[in-house]
Design a protein around this ligand. Structure first.
Ligand SMILES: Cc1cc2nc3c(=O)[nH]c(=O)nc-3n(C[C@H](O)[C@H](O)[C@H](O)COP(=O)(O)O)c2cc1C
Length: 200
């Protein structure tokens, strides 16, 4: 991403441009960020695939199994953080956001309808993510039955599918560079992201 600017508005726009492009490009490092939630004991981190980014709505979103711990964690505490990193440019962006879970509603349905059949299979296990199983391959997804599942059959898996939509309130941008590090914060003030420079 081109981040060579001292103009806050421009830098914020470039950050969101990079977010918006990431879901479309499997090789983009911003496509696999870390999503952090608060659990009862500590912070909980995991890699997810960024499925949606929309600057106009300040949205970053991903999909999850509705039975995964992150879903109940968000329902208890919706304050989440995203960690993005581009190793080649040594750019880190941390986004603070408020999350909402969409399950069995029109948002989840629209995302499900746009999801490839093979990806829907991931939600067809009888086991919730994180449950203990007797052997590593005893997940019993529908496709292990030998024949490809019919779309209708797979539709039962829709009940295990959730969309996490987060609305960004704060961005922390950091670029490490031998010529000088650069760090900026952007805080949503109700109308726009207000920028400020930070010591790196
Ligand atoms: C490359 C990669 C991409 C992943 N993408 C997702 C994803 O989009 N959604 C998801 O729920 N889990 C994804 N996972 C699995 C999560 O990292 C995590 O193991 C799982 O969601 C359970 O998380 P939880 O127990 O914290 O809820 C991905 C893992 C890897 C390694």
């Amino acid at each position: 991403m081109n981040s060579q600017t001292s103009n806050f508005e421009e830098l914020n726009a470039r950050i969101w441009q990079a977010f918006e492009q990431a879901p479309l490009d499997p090789s983009d490092p911003f496509r696999a960020p870390v999503l952090g939630t608060a659990s009862s004991c500590c912070c909980a981190l995991r890699t997810v695939i960024l499925r949606k980014a929309a600057a106009s709505e300040r949205i970053l979103g991903c999909y999850s199994d509705s039975r995964a711990p992150k879903i109940s964690q968000i329902q208890i505490n919706p304050h989440v953080q995203w960690l993005f990193y581009r190793p080649e440019e040594r750019i880190q962006i941390i986004a603070r956001a408020t999350a909402a879970v969409h399950h069995m509603d029109s948002v989840a349905r629209a995302a499900w309808d746009n999801t490839l059949l093979e990806h829907r299979l991931n939600y067809s296990s009888v086991f919730a993510p994180g449950s203990e199983i007797s052997a590593p391959d005893s997940i019993a997804l529908l496709h292990r039955g030998g024949r490809p599942p019919a779309p209708k059959e797979l539709d039962r898996a829709f009940a295990n599918f959730a969309v996490i939509v987060t609305t960004v309130e704060h961005l922390d941008f950091l670029r490490l560079n031998l010529d000088g590090n650069r760090r900026a914060a952007f805080t949503w003030n109700g109308t726009s992201f207000k920028g400020s420079w930070l010591a790196a």
